[in-house]
Design a binder for this molecule. Structure first.
Ligand SMILES: CC(C)(COP(=O)(O)OP(=O)(O)OC[C@H]1O[C@@H](n2cnc3c(N)ncnc32)[C@H](O)[C@@H]1OP(=O)(O)O)[C@@H](O)C(=O)NCCC(=O)NCCS
Length: 180
């Protein structure tokens, strides 16, 4: 994937991370009806709701957490790179957890997600993770297909883990991938 650049995100990137998350999980084009994002730290959230800048700053400051940003070159000559996706995980000892992940709607089904996930998992492994776990909303078939195709397996379910905008609860499926 020669046109994709991936770099670690820093605390200076919280606005970009939050904007990308909002775009990835926007109603309709994103994931509200078919996908789920986790609640931001310290604040209630809904499926499809992006975290605040404060939440992003808190998450990036947690022990073992790291984020990656993916971009491709802008179309015009000398144009700035176009951010297209993000990966956020936390590694504590041998356990990695994928906390949030997305590719903007306009750039999907081009292999960028697979590439960014592989880079994120490799980074988690370098930090000592032997396995990575994540939660995905049970109606988010797209993401489930994506993760299963990347070698994740279903290991459990968290009843009522997500809250929809209309107040209904939705289960999360727990997926795990061994990195060893
Ligand atoms: C899930 C997501 C990250 C996939 O990103 P992507 O860049 O489109 O994925 P890729 O193009 O790398 O696809 C890799 C594989 O995943 C599977 N896949 C991806 N999108 C799919 C879809 N809409 N339907 C079925 N399978 C899909 C396919 O097996 C695909 O391989 P193929 O294209 O060779 O068939 C993206 O759709 C997204 O950001 N969704 C909204 C946010 C979200 O749900 N995040 C995860 C929450 S836990």
């Amino acid at each position: 994937m020669t046109d994709l650049s991936i770099r670690p995100a820093t605390a200076c990137d919280v606005a970009l991370l939050s904007a990308l998350q909002a775009e990835c999980f926007q109603p309709g084009g994103g994931a509200e009806s078919v996908a789920g994002s986790q609640e931001g730290p310290q604040e209630a959230g809904h499926v499809g709701e992006a975290w605040s800048l404060r939440s992003w700053a808190e998450v990036l400051a947690m022990p073992g957490s790291f984020a990656l940003l993916a971009a491709r070159p802008g179309k015009a000559d000398n144009a700035e790179d176009e951010p297209l996706g993000f990966f956020l995980a936390q590694v504590l000892f041998a356990d990695g957890e994928l906390l949030s992940f997305g590719v903007v709607p306009a750039c999907r089904r081009c292999g960028y997600g697979r590439w960014l996930l592989a880079e994120g998992l490799a980074a988690a492994q370098r930090q000592g993770a032997e396995r990575v776990q994540l939660e995905v909303a049970e109606n988010n078939r797209r993401a489930q297909n994506f993760y299963i195709s990347a070698g994740f397996s279903l290991i459990g379910r968290r009843p009522g883990y997500y809250r929809l905008r209309d107040g209904r609860a939705m289960d999360a499926l727990i997926l795990r991938k061994s990195l060893t």
